[in-house]
Design a protein around this ligand. Structure first.
Ligand code: KIV
Length: 371
């Protein structure tokens, strides 16, 4: 196939894999998703459009930041959520390890594995062709050594189809990890403030930067991650004053979550912003900073209850949702075969359905289809 050949050629010009995807906003099977580090004029694939209307790269984010335009980031974990983000024109799609909680139902982000994250990454890469794709390095896959960090980051790009990775924390070993991953040619987003992977030492999901020492630490670690080469930083659950100070001190964009309005952009978790989990328990544990832009969970609950009622009462599926028909001749043949097989009861059941359907479709009773 021509498309396969194009993909092979593209692979030859880069060490990373690419995904051929159908653009969700167009019916043309034409969009080959290039990673952000594919050069603008690919040698063998011909020049490819690099406008932010086509796909977002680090350059577009830098330009937006320079112009003071807020950057939009949302998490996604599967094909449908990725398609929704793409259609909404979100700049960055973060395959967050929050998947452990909102998709897998764990109480923390710690249990999710790299293999599980890679499944989420691949599904998202198939669904989102325009946003920059950032994949989280899960807990336990990058802390041991710089080599481990690079190996994991490479897998997130090669096997997950991501454009960049995100890692949490600003301890010296994390700054080193960020630096070596960038040196390996992989764009890194940092994450400071509340870093959920460190829940064990933080003593819970607690806001950070609320006293002088902690606020200074947020700014210091942000600066260290910038020096390590991060292209952007998530600031999670810090006072707006601290986020404003960090944003002002940095040259790279800050992406806030529970960090007030004075960041270069904002990120929210897909399920939180859509109001997916409307069970009273989840409503209680949804973070205070999260605005629900919809109550999709209520819509889902109502649809499932309606479905259950209609199946129970027999009103679904009705004629409108029973589209498959047999010709009158085939019905006759089928009834004869059933009788030959000794399945008289089954033949009567089938005949009764034909009669009932005929009555519903032409109440005058013409042409029953059974002789
Ligand atoms: O895992 C995640 O979803 C995140 C965001 C909350 C920034 O890290």
């Amino acid at each position: 196939m021509a498309l396969n050949r194009a993909l092979l050629r593209l692979r030859a010009s880069t060490s990373f894999s690419v995904n051929a995807t159908r653009s969700p906003t167009s019916s043309l099977f034409s969009a080959i998703r290039c990673l952000s580090n594919v050069p603008e004029n690919t040698v063998y694939g011909g020049p490819r459009p690099q406008t932010s209307a086509e796909r977002v790269t680090l350059n577009h984010l830098r330009q937006k930041h320079r112009r003071g335009e807020p950057i939009t980031v949302v998490t996604a974990y599967d094909y449908p959520s990725a398609v929704h983000l793409d259609m909404a024109g979100i700049d960055v799609c973060l395959v967050g390890d929050s998947a452990a909680m909102v998709v897998h139902g764990h109480d923390t982000t710690l249990p999710i594995t790299l293999d599980e994250m890679l499944v989420h990454c691949r599904a998202v890469a198939r669904g989102a062709t325009r946003p920059l794709l950032v994949g989280d390095l899960p807990f336990g896959t990058y802390e041991s050594s710089a080599n481990q960090a690079v190996d994991t980051a490479v897998r997130v790009l090669k096997e997950g189809g991501m454009d960049a990775i995100k890692l949490e924390g600003g301890a010296p070993s994390r700054v080193t990890a960020a630096k070596v991953i960038v040196e390996a040619g992989i764009a890194v987003m940092g994450h400071v403030g509340l870093t959920p992977q460190a829940i064990s030492v933080l003593g819970g999901f607690r806001p950070q930067g609320k006293n002088i020492a902690s606020a200074v630490k947020v700014v210091e670690t942000a600066l260290a991650l910038q020096e390590a080469g991060c292209f952007s930083l998530v600031l999670e659950c810090v006072p707006a004053t601290v986020a404003a100070a960090a944003t002002s001190a940095l040259r790279i964009p800050t992406i806030g979550i529970g960090a007030g309005p004075f960041c270069s952009g904002q990120v929210l978790v897909y399920h939180d912003l859509l109001g997916m989990l409307q069970h009273p328990h989840h409503a209680k544990v949804t973070p205070k900073f999260c605005k629900q832009f919809a109550h999709v969970g209520d819509v889902i609950n109502k649809a499932l209850t309606d479905y259950k009622e209609e199946v129970t009462s027999g009103s679904f599926p009705g004629p409108d949702h029973s589209p498959y028909k047999m010709s009158a001749a085939d019905v006759n043949g089928f009834l004869n075969e059933l009788q030959k097989m000794g399945l008289d009861k089954a033949a009567s059941a089938a005949a009764a359905v034909v009669e009932k359907t005929e009555k519903l479709e032409s109440p005058e009773g013409e042409n029953s289809g059974i002789n």
